[in-house]
Write a protein that binds this ligand. Structure first.
Ligand code: PR8
Length: 474
């Protein structure tokens, strides 16, 4: 790979596409638009992300289930807003003549909720909290982009049902904390934004979203949480008997975590001009051992390398790269491209001194470590890599955000691939004007903290009602 093609911040698109293929993450050349091949490293990381998330969901009492891939036209059409939002994006399967068409799930509300109606009888059945990690399918009308906007979407969706609005509200917070915790372990930073009404999920009362930063300035919505109120429960006739014997309609939430977008965020936020930089939690290979062979000492060095591998393997995913047909330099280059967090070099000096040389992938720093300290030192370095990646990512996000007082200033911020923080009157006309003139979307106001406006709308000059974040988006 030519180094010039790897300039992440200068030409993100080329850098990203090149890396996806060379690091064997995905192959985007399958001739059906929006459908990808996940190669061994992409598939591995995706599965690790899934395990992290599922463990958190289980811990919080969600139950794993699997629902059908398809729904019927009748079931799909029950919630008016939902069908309006998705009807142009669904793939339809034609069955034989005289049989009804099937709709491939773009999301699973219309598949799960008819079942919830059968399962929920009384308050004792609540809360109901279920999830599944599956592919959903959306015939995206916007331009597709590998991992960021695909038509076959690998995700996790969770759906919950509650007795009262306050419990649904509490569930939204729990979902937020679950997603925060998973993204933290991946070193990803983001803004948690409550979407403006015109941009909420079809059928929701309100939606909040995790917008991760991206080197090209387009934010990457990696996850969303929706408070559905009673809209779907009414449409699907979900009812329960309350403690006092009367009948009630429950409150629902649902939330989705886009695995392919999270994978994109890991690559885009941490990667550098040498290739991937993977957080230890998800790296397929966490430690690579590379012997620097010298003539006449091959056997000794090999034995020493195996000893090191045996020391580290119980705790870490370790590869001893003892290929003989390429040079150590070529191996360094390849493993840097693949993003293995730690490289251990073993040469004649290390054998004599009973030590190893350790190189960190994220900083490329090298240190010498005695064999006696190896296990502790590797554990310390893995923690340091994870926390440094996280800290660096948050620092980058903070640096990307600038206040903008008018449309010209918004344009300038977006031109510099930043995120603009503006005061807004709340009118859709102003949002549309901003989109047209500055090509930026109002992504919403902070959900995790309160930010009160002090001045006027950056677009029309009327009194502002909220502080919102504006960015280009995928
Ligand atoms: C829901 N219902 O559907 P959501 N390519 C990649 N990732 C995508 C794409 C795409 N084309 N479309 C969506 N995502 C709710 C919540 C059940 C679960 C990912 O919500 O439409 C994005 O990360 O907001 C998005 O935040 C997530 O799926 C949930 O999709």
């Amino acid at each position: 790979m030519s180094v010039s093609a790897m300039k992440k911040f200068e030409n993100f698109s080329n850098w990203f596409d090149d890396l996806l293929l060379k690091a064997r993450i995905v192959d985007n050349r399958f001739p059906v638009k929006g459908f990808l091949i996940y190669m061994e490293h992409g598939a591995y990381i995706l599965d690790e992300i899934k395990k992290l998330l599922e463990a958190e969901l289980e811990k919080a009492g969600h139950k794993k289930m699997y629902f059908p891939l398809v729904t019927s036209e009748e079931l799909f059409g029950k919630e008016a807003e939902h069908i309006k939002g998705f009807s142009k994006e669904v793939f339809v399967i034609n069955q034989g003549p005289g049989e009804q068409k099937l709709i491939v799930r773009p999301t699973s509300e219309t598949i799960m909720y008819p079942m919830f109606k059968l399962w929920i009888r009384s308050h004792a059945d609540l809360p109901l909290k279920v999830y599944q990690s599956v592919n959903v399918y959306r015939c995206e009308t916007k331009a597709t982009r590998a991992l960021y906007r695909v038509r076959e979407i690998p995700w996790n969706e969770a759906h919950t049902v509650h007795e009262s609005p306050s419990e649904a509200e509490k569930q939204v917070k729990e979902a937020m904390e679950i997603y925060q915790s998973v993204l933290k372990s991946l070193g990803i930073s983001y803004l948690i934004l409550k979407r403006p009404d015109f941009d909420k999920f079809a059928g929701a009362v309100y939606s909040i979203a995790f917008d991760a930063w991206n080197p090209d300035g387009k934010v990457n919505q990696v996850a969303t949480i929706h408070n559905l109120g009673r809209n779907f429960a009414r449409a699907y006739e979900i009812e329960f008997e309350k403690k006092d014997g009367s009948r009630g309609t429950p409150h629902q939430t649902c939330y989705g975590f886009g695995f392919s977008r999270v994978l994109a965020a890991i690559i885009a936020q941490h990667g550098d001009d040498h290739g991937l930089v993977l957080p230890p939690t998800v790296a397929p290979t966490q430690i690579v051992i590379i012997p620097i062979l010298f003539k006449g000492q091959e056997k000794q060095m090999h034995e020493y390398s195996v000893k090191i591998k045996d020391m580290l393997s119980p705790k870490w995913r370790v590869v001893l790269d003892d290929r003989e047909d390429i040079t150590p330099g070529e191996k360094f280059y390849q493993w840097e491209l693949l993003g293995a967090p730690i490289r251990i070099e073993v040469g004649p000096r290390e054998v004599v001194e009973s030590s190893v040389t350790i190189a960190r992938r994220d900083t490329l720093e090298r240190i010498t470590v005695r064999l006696n300290d190896l296990i502790n030192e590797v554990a310390r370095l893995m923690d340091a890599i994870a926390s440094d990646l996280l800290e660096k990512s948050w620092k980058t996000l903070r640096a990307l955000i600038s206040d903008a007082k008018n449309v010209e200033e918004v344009k300038k911020v977006l031109r510099n691939r930043g995120i603009a923080r503006v005061e807004w009157c709340g009118r859709i006309e102003c949002a549309e004007k901003l989109k047209e003139e500055a090509k930026g979307e109002i992504r919403g106001e902070r959900y995790d903290i309160a930010e009160a406006p002090v001045g006027n709308c950056a677009i029309c000059g009327e009194k502002a009602k909220s502080v919102v974040y504006v960015a280009r988006a995928y």
